[in-house]
Write a protein that binds this ligand. Structure first.
Ligand code: NAD
Ligand code: UGA
Length: 461
């Protein structure tokens, strides 16, 4: 298909963890659409156009290679992409504000606003503008006001289409989503635009999985989905703390509770805490919204989900310190995993970061290993005080170590030769399995003192 024959032109502003993978799937599934992903960050765009994509995500490379140069394009020419597009996805970052009013809680909407101003400045024809980024409720109002400010000009119909993909499973989440949510104004033009976007997804998503709502329900549902998921993790993590002092096993409790079909089994794995770029940010965003609307009790309810998460990370460090005779000074601890979850190199808000800083405060010497996240780990820990080494090979990371702290449940750690590891470590050798990934009984039999999370210790003294 030559470029001018494309049925529709889509632009996506923001070539990050969401923009890149989602547009790669749309391009694969809709060959008659031209999809152009743009970003102001030249190195990111260069990477998308290279053989070394800027993010690691299983299945992504094949999807990008199948469409790139045919109907999928990556560019820094933001103006041209906007100008020719019929549909514009806004997929820029919406981090927590670090300054001024609402600092530490509210969403920083500067990138959304700059994007809206750019769309207004460049556009000569009517367009559908899709909020893909996670935003506070009623952000579409702001977009509307900016886009339609001044006299005349084209018409912009704003849709909310929040993204529910999880990192590490982004491709399968996109290709086989539980649901696609599309919010619109309930006007004639709003409903037309909604149908236009439904048609894109209907290329591969059954119609019954396309949920349509008003704009505000859609914006709020995204924050609520993340808040509910995080709440389940904090709930089970709070129970893990009770398990550790009562000799109950959190895995058994989680299984027994989750087998009630009303509760369900997913997202009940206790661990060192949730991380990633969104859970904390989106809950805090919800907290700020509640405070803004004078709903202090509701704000406090959600604040506790974050508080338990922080407690869980510091509890892990305290447990390590207490088990290792109340001092970590000059002891070498090998940290297994730095990514916020397996199958990604992403370390944004990774629990490993707080745990590393906590262990360094106790003056432990750290050696961090991770199959994909070491480049980001190095950036995150640049300039921090204390001894931190990075080692790709876990066997080298544990040489002379007093303890292993497993923080990310990479499946490759299950296949390690723990007898060999035990022989290379200082004795007594400790393992703190922060994700309950390993075979604790087998490790104990090798000679390790084993501290699973939310379960009784297995120790030789
Ligand atoms: P990201 O930081 O990886 O990517 C955002 C990109 O937008 C960056 O490359 C940045 O350079 C670019 N950008 C910022 N301002 C721009 C501008 N004015 N013009 C052009 N490009 C600009 O962020 P992300 O992880 O892809 O998240 C994007 C949004 O999606 C956020 O709101 C996030 O909450 C939401 N979200 C993320 C995930 C996830 O798994 N990461 C999942 C669902 C929703
Ligand atoms: C999460 C949501 O799952 C996505 O639906 C959402 O689109 C996305 O946030 C977003 O808005 O950014 P993600 O953060 O990529 O996706 O990954 P999750 O699988 O949700 O894991 C988040 C954290 O929770 C990880 O640190 C993980 O280790 C932890 N987790 C998850 C647990 O500790 N226990 C569990 O049972 C599940």
């Amino acid at each position: 298909m030559s470029k001018q024959d494309f049925k529709r032109k889509i632009a996506c502003i923001g070539a990050g963890y969401v923009g890149g993978p989602t547009m790669a799937i749309i391009a694969n599934k809709c060959p008659e659409y031209k999809v152009t992903v743009v970003d102001i960050a030249q190195p990111r765009i260069d990477a998308w156009n290279s053989n070394n994509l800027p993010i690691f995500e299983p299945g992504l490379e094949e999807r990008v290679l199948a469409a790139r140069g045919k109907n999928l394009f990556f560019s820094t020419d933001v103006d041209s992409a906007i100008s020719e597009a019929d549909i514009i996805f806004v997929s820029v970052n919406t981090p927590t504000k670090t300054f001024g009013q609402g600092a530490g809680k509210a969403a920083d909407l500067q990138f959304i606003e700059k994007t809206a101003r750019k769309i207004k400045e460049v556009s000569k024809s009517d367009k559908i503008v899709v909020e893909k980024s996670t935003v506070p409720v009623r952000a579409a109002d702001t977009l509307d006001q900016i886009l339609h400010s001044g006299e005349g000009g084209p018409h912009f119909e704003i849709l909310s289409n929040p993204e529910f993909l999880a990192e590490g499973s982004a491709i399968s989440d996109m290709e086989n989503p539980d649901r696609i949510l599309i919010g619109s104004k309930e006007t004639e033009k709003g409903l037309e635009a909604r149908e236009e976007l439904c048609k894109v997804y209907a290329h591969w998503v059954p119609r019954e999985r396309l949920i349509t709502t008003n704009l505000w329900s859609s914006e709020l549902s995204k924050l609520v989905s993340n808040a509910f998921l995080a709440q389940r993790i904090s709930s089970i993590n709070s129970i893990a703390a009770i398990c550790e002092v009562t000799e109950a096993s959190v895995s058994e409790v989680s299984n027994a509770v989750g087998r009630d079909s009303r509760i369900g089994r997913k997202f009940l794995n206790a661990g060192v805490g949730f991380g990633g770029s969104c859970f904390r940010k989106d809950i805090l965003n919800l907290v700020y919204l509640c405070e803004f609307h004078g709903l202090e009790e509701v704000a406090e309810y959600w604040r506790q989900v974050v508080a338990i998460n922080d407690f869980q990370m510091s509890r892990f460090v305290k447990r390590i310190t207490k088990a290792m005779f109340n001092t970590l000074v000059d002891k070498k601890i090998a940290l297994f995993g730095f990514a916020f979850k397996p199958d990604t190199g992403d370390t944004r808000d990774a629990p490993a970061l707080q745990i590393t800083l906590g262990l360094l405060q106790e003056r432990a010497k750290l050696c961090i290993t991770d199959p994909h996240a070491l480049p980001n780990a190095k950036l995150d820990l640049k300039g921090c005080e204390g001894t931190v080494d990075f080692e790709e090979d876990p066997y080298r990371a544990i040489e002379g170590a007093h303890a292993i702290a497993l923080v990310t449940e990479w499946s490759c750690y299950k296949d390690l030769d723990f007898k060999r590891i035990y022989d290379l470590m200082e004795k007594p050798a400790f393992i703190f399995d922060g994700r309950n990934l390993l075979d604790h009984k087998a490790l104990f039999e090798i000679g390790f003192n084993v501290y699973p999370l939310g379960k009784p210790d297995l120790k030789h003294f």
